[in-house]
Write a protein that binds this ligand. Structure first.
Ligand code: PEP
Length: 261
Protein backbone atom coordinates (compact mmCIF):
# COMPACT_ATOMS: atom_id res chain seq x y z
CA UNK A 1 0.00 0.00 0.00
CA UNK A 2 1.28 3.52 -0.76
CA UNK A 3 2.32 5.48 2.36
CA UNK A 4 -0.30 7.95 3.56
CA UNK A 5 1.85 11.06 3.44
CA UNK A 6 -0.76 13.33 5.02
CA UNK A 7 -1.71 10.83 7.77
CA UNK A 8 -5.27 9.53 7.95
CA UNK A 9 -8.34 11.08 9.59
CA UNK A 10 -11.46 9.02 10.26
CA UNK A 11 -14.34 11.31 11.28
CA UNK A 12 -17.72 9.94 12.35
CA UNK A 13 -20.71 12.20 11.73
CA UNK A 14 -23.55 11.18 14.03
CA UNK A 15 -25.99 13.62 12.37
CA UNK A 16 -29.22 13.89 14.44
CA UNK A 17 -28.50 10.82 16.56
CA UNK A 18 -27.54 10.35 20.21
CA UNK A 19 -28.34 12.64 23.09
CA UNK A 20 -26.02 12.88 26.11
CA UNK A 21 -27.07 9.53 27.65
CA UNK A 22 -26.50 7.59 24.43
CA UNK A 23 -23.24 9.48 23.98
CA UNK A 24 -22.10 8.25 27.38
CA UNK A 25 -23.02 4.66 26.52
CA UNK A 26 -21.14 4.95 23.21
CA UNK A 27 -17.96 6.19 24.90
CA UNK A 28 -18.23 3.52 27.61
CA UNK A 29 -18.48 0.78 24.97
CA UNK A 30 -15.64 2.29 22.94
CA UNK A 31 -13.31 2.58 25.94
CA UNK A 32 -14.04 -1.03 26.91
CA UNK A 33 -13.16 -2.31 23.45
CA UNK A 34 -10.13 -0.25 22.39
CA UNK A 35 -7.23 0.77 24.60
CA UNK A 36 -5.34 2.61 21.84
CA UNK A 37 -5.21 3.65 18.20
CA UNK A 38 -3.15 1.46 15.89
CA UNK A 39 -0.90 4.34 14.80
CA UNK A 40 -0.09 7.89 15.80
CA UNK A 41 -0.54 8.83 12.12
CA UNK A 42 -4.20 7.86 12.44
CA UNK A 43 -6.55 10.45 13.88
CA UNK A 44 -10.08 9.75 15.14
CA UNK A 45 -12.88 12.31 15.32
CA UNK A 46 -16.56 12.15 16.29
CA UNK A 47 -19.15 14.76 15.35
CA UNK A 48 -22.16 14.52 17.70
CA UNK A 49 -25.26 16.74 17.63
CA UNK A 50 -25.07 20.06 19.50
CA UNK A 51 -26.80 18.88 22.67
CA UNK A 52 -24.19 16.13 23.18
CA UNK A 53 -21.05 18.11 22.43
CA UNK A 54 -20.15 19.04 26.02
CA UNK A 55 -20.69 15.46 27.21
CA UNK A 56 -18.65 14.06 24.31
CA UNK A 57 -15.85 16.54 24.86
CA UNK A 58 -15.69 15.63 28.56
CA UNK A 59 -15.71 11.88 27.79
CA UNK A 60 -13.09 12.31 25.05
CA UNK A 61 -10.73 13.81 27.62
CA UNK A 62 -10.96 10.53 29.57
CA UNK A 63 -10.91 8.19 26.55
CA UNK A 64 -8.03 5.71 26.41
CA UNK A 65 -7.00 7.02 22.96
CA UNK A 66 -7.07 10.57 21.61
CA UNK A 67 -10.28 11.51 19.87
CA UNK A 68 -11.27 14.92 18.51
CA UNK A 69 -14.84 16.10 19.03
CA UNK A 70 -16.22 18.38 16.32
CA UNK A 71 -19.46 20.34 15.93
CA UNK A 72 -21.76 19.73 12.95
CA UNK A 73 -22.05 23.43 12.12
CA UNK A 74 -21.38 26.94 13.48
CA UNK A 75 -22.33 30.48 12.50
CA UNK A 76 -19.92 33.08 11.16
CA UNK A 77 -21.02 35.77 13.64
CA UNK A 78 -19.69 35.60 17.19
CA UNK A 79 -23.09 36.21 18.83
CA UNK A 80 -26.49 37.74 18.22
CA UNK A 81 -29.98 37.14 16.88
CA UNK A 82 -29.44 33.85 15.02
CA UNK A 83 -31.95 31.43 16.56
CA UNK A 84 -30.90 27.80 16.34
CA UNK A 85 -27.25 28.53 15.57
CA UNK A 86 -24.05 27.96 17.54
CA UNK A 87 -21.10 30.34 17.67
CA UNK A 88 -17.39 29.72 17.67
CA UNK A 89 -16.88 31.24 21.14
CA UNK A 90 -19.53 28.89 22.60
CA UNK A 91 -17.77 25.89 21.08
CA UNK A 92 -14.42 27.12 22.37
CA UNK A 93 -15.88 27.46 25.85
CA UNK A 94 -16.53 23.70 25.96
CA UNK A 95 -13.08 22.96 24.54
CA UNK A 96 -13.86 22.29 20.88
CA UNK A 97 -11.51 23.25 18.08
CA UNK A 98 -12.98 21.53 14.99
CA UNK A 99 -16.21 22.21 13.07
CA UNK A 100 -17.87 20.50 10.10
CA UNK A 101 -19.24 22.95 7.52
CA UNK A 102 -21.35 22.64 4.39
CA UNK A 103 -22.54 19.05 4.77
CA UNK A 104 -24.83 18.20 1.84
CA UNK A 105 -27.76 17.80 4.27
CA UNK A 106 -27.23 21.43 5.35
CA UNK A 107 -27.08 22.46 1.70
CA UNK A 108 -30.09 20.33 0.69
CA UNK A 109 -32.47 20.92 3.62
CA UNK A 110 -31.34 24.13 5.31
CA UNK A 111 -30.44 26.52 2.51
CA UNK A 112 -26.68 26.40 2.93
CA UNK A 113 -24.92 27.90 -0.10
CA UNK A 114 -21.33 28.19 -1.25
CA UNK A 115 -21.41 31.77 0.04
CA UNK A 116 -22.60 30.85 3.55
CA UNK A 117 -20.16 27.93 3.60
CA UNK A 118 -17.30 30.33 2.84
CA UNK A 119 -18.47 32.82 5.47
CA UNK A 120 -18.70 30.11 8.14
CA UNK A 121 -15.35 28.57 7.21
CA UNK A 122 -13.50 31.91 7.03
CA UNK A 123 -14.85 33.14 10.34
CA UNK A 124 -14.17 29.89 12.17
CA UNK A 125 -10.66 29.60 10.76
CA UNK A 126 -9.95 33.22 11.75
CA UNK A 127 -11.09 32.25 15.26
CA UNK A 128 -8.55 29.41 15.26
CA UNK A 129 -10.81 26.47 14.45
CA UNK A 130 -10.00 23.58 12.17
CA UNK A 131 -12.77 23.26 9.57
CA UNK A 132 -13.89 20.17 7.66
CA UNK A 133 -15.63 21.62 4.59
CA UNK A 134 -17.88 19.31 2.55
CA UNK A 135 -18.37 19.44 -1.21
CA UNK A 136 -19.82 16.98 -3.71
CA UNK A 137 -22.16 16.52 -6.64
CA UNK A 138 -25.69 15.12 -6.73
CA UNK A 139 -26.64 12.08 -8.77
CA UNK A 140 -28.31 14.27 -11.43
CA UNK A 141 -25.17 16.40 -11.69
CA UNK A 142 -22.97 13.30 -12.11
CA UNK A 143 -25.30 11.85 -14.71
CA UNK A 144 -25.21 15.16 -16.58
CA UNK A 145 -21.37 14.98 -16.55
CA UNK A 146 -21.30 18.08 -14.33
CA UNK A 147 -19.20 16.61 -11.49
CA UNK A 148 -16.06 18.63 -12.20
CA UNK A 149 -18.00 21.83 -12.90
CA UNK A 150 -19.85 21.49 -9.58
CA UNK A 151 -16.67 20.77 -7.62
CA UNK A 152 -14.90 23.67 -9.35
CA UNK A 153 -17.75 26.05 -8.40
CA UNK A 154 -17.92 24.79 -4.80
CA UNK A 155 -14.16 25.27 -4.44
CA UNK A 156 -13.99 28.65 -6.18
CA UNK A 157 -16.95 30.10 -4.31
CA UNK A 158 -16.80 28.22 -1.00
CA UNK A 159 -13.07 28.09 -0.24
CA UNK A 160 -11.02 31.24 0.28
CA UNK A 161 -7.28 31.68 -0.15
CA UNK A 162 -7.06 32.56 3.57
CA UNK A 163 -8.77 29.31 4.56
CA UNK A 164 -6.51 27.28 2.30
CA UNK A 165 -3.28 28.85 3.47
CA UNK A 166 -4.24 28.61 7.17
CA UNK A 167 -3.28 24.95 7.49
CA UNK A 168 -6.65 24.55 9.27
CA UNK A 169 -8.81 23.46 6.33
CA UNK A 170 -9.79 19.88 5.57
CA UNK A 171 -11.94 19.14 2.54
CA UNK A 172 -14.44 16.27 2.52
CA UNK A 173 -15.51 15.06 -0.92
CA UNK A 174 -18.94 13.53 -0.46
CA UNK A 175 -20.82 12.59 -3.61
CA UNK A 176 -24.40 13.24 -2.50
CA UNK A 177 -25.63 10.09 -4.28
CA UNK A 178 -23.38 7.98 -2.05
CA UNK A 179 -24.44 9.44 1.32
CA UNK A 180 -26.55 7.04 3.34
CA UNK A 181 -27.49 5.09 0.22
CA UNK A 182 -25.11 2.14 0.44
CA UNK A 183 -23.80 3.25 -2.98
CA UNK A 184 -20.10 3.91 -2.46
CA UNK A 185 -18.03 5.63 -5.13
CA UNK A 186 -15.61 3.11 -6.59
CA UNK A 187 -11.99 3.74 -5.65
CA UNK A 188 -11.50 4.90 -9.26
CA UNK A 189 -14.34 7.44 -8.99
CA UNK A 190 -13.10 8.64 -5.59
CA UNK A 191 -9.50 9.04 -6.78
CA UNK A 192 -10.63 10.84 -9.93
CA UNK A 193 -12.64 13.39 -7.91
CA UNK A 194 -9.95 13.81 -5.24
CA UNK A 195 -7.24 14.29 -7.88
CA UNK A 196 -9.46 16.85 -9.60
CA UNK A 197 -9.97 18.74 -6.32
CA UNK A 198 -6.25 18.75 -5.51
CA UNK A 199 -5.34 19.64 -9.10
CA UNK A 200 -7.82 22.52 -9.20
CA UNK A 201 -6.57 23.90 -5.87
CA UNK A 202 -3.02 23.63 -7.17
CA UNK A 203 -3.96 25.59 -10.26
CA UNK A 204 -5.72 28.31 -8.27
CA UNK A 205 -3.62 28.41 -5.07
CA UNK A 206 -0.32 26.64 -5.75
CA UNK A 207 1.68 24.10 -3.79
CA UNK A 208 -0.41 24.37 -0.59
CA UNK A 209 -2.80 21.98 -2.37
CA UNK A 210 -0.38 19.11 -1.76
CA UNK A 211 -0.79 19.58 2.00
CA UNK A 212 -4.60 19.69 2.08
CA UNK A 213 -6.22 16.65 3.67
CA UNK A 214 -9.11 15.44 1.49
CA UNK A 215 -11.53 12.97 3.08
CA UNK A 216 -13.93 10.75 1.15
CA UNK A 217 -17.48 10.35 2.45
CA UNK A 218 -20.39 8.27 1.21
CA UNK A 219 -21.29 4.84 2.58
CA UNK A 220 -17.81 4.16 3.93
CA UNK A 221 -17.69 0.87 5.88
CA UNK A 222 -15.01 -1.29 7.49
CA UNK A 223 -15.28 -3.45 4.34
CA UNK A 224 -14.48 -0.75 1.78
CA UNK A 225 -12.28 1.71 3.72
CA UNK A 226 -8.99 0.07 2.74
CA UNK A 227 -9.66 0.14 -1.01
CA UNK A 228 -10.72 3.81 -0.80
CA UNK A 229 -7.70 4.76 1.28
CA UNK A 230 -5.42 2.95 -1.14
CA UNK A 231 -6.09 5.89 -3.50
CA UNK A 232 -3.18 8.34 -3.25
CA UNK A 233 -5.36 11.46 -2.91
CA UNK A 234 -7.78 10.00 -0.33
CA UNK A 235 -6.55 11.00 3.14
CA UNK A 236 -9.34 9.61 5.29
CA UNK A 237 -13.06 9.13 5.62
CA UNK A 238 -16.08 11.12 6.72
CA UNK A 239 -18.39 8.40 7.92
CA UNK A 240 -22.09 8.56 8.79
CA UNK A 241 -23.89 5.24 9.30
CA UNK A 242 -20.79 3.20 10.11
CA UNK A 243 -19.86 5.57 12.94
CA UNK A 244 -23.11 5.04 14.82
CA UNK A 245 -21.99 1.81 16.49
CA UNK A 246 -18.76 1.91 18.47
CA UNK A 247 -17.89 -1.56 17.11
CA UNK A 248 -18.03 -0.47 13.49
CA UNK A 249 -16.28 2.86 14.16
CA UNK A 250 -13.50 0.93 15.93
CA UNK A 251 -13.47 -1.65 13.13
CA UNK A 252 -12.83 1.18 10.66
CA UNK A 253 -9.93 2.48 12.75
CA UNK A 254 -8.37 -0.92 13.20
CA UNK A 255 -8.80 -1.85 9.52
CA UNK A 256 -6.96 1.34 8.55
CA UNK A 257 -4.27 0.59 11.13
CA UNK A 258 -3.83 -3.01 9.92
CA UNK A 259 -3.72 -1.99 6.25
CA UNK A 260 -1.46 1.03 6.35
CA UNK A 261 0.91 0.72 9.33
C1 PEP B 1 -22.12 11.50 6.01
O1 PEP B 1 -22.92 11.64 6.90
O2 PEP B 1 -21.38 12.45 5.72
C2 PEP B 1 -22.05 10.23 5.31
C3 PEP B 1 -21.12 10.08 4.39
O3 PEP B 1 -22.96 9.27 5.64
P1 PEP B 1 -22.89 7.70 5.27
O4 PEP B 1 -21.52 7.21 5.65
O5 PEP B 1 -23.97 7.06 6.06
O6 PEP B 1 -23.11 7.59 3.78
Amino acid sequence: MPPKVRGVLIAGNWKMNYGPKETEAYFRAMAAQAPSLPSDKLRACLIPPAVSLATAQHLASQNPFPITIAAQNAHWELKGAFTGELSGPMLKEIGLSTVLIGHSERRQFFGETDETVRKRADSLIAQGFEVILCIGETRAEREAHQTEAVLRRQLDEGVSAAALSSGKLIIAYEPVWAIGTGLTATPGQAQEAHAFIRGHLKKTHGAIADKIVILYGGSVTPENIDSLLACPDVDGGLVGGASLKPESFLALLSKVGRTFW
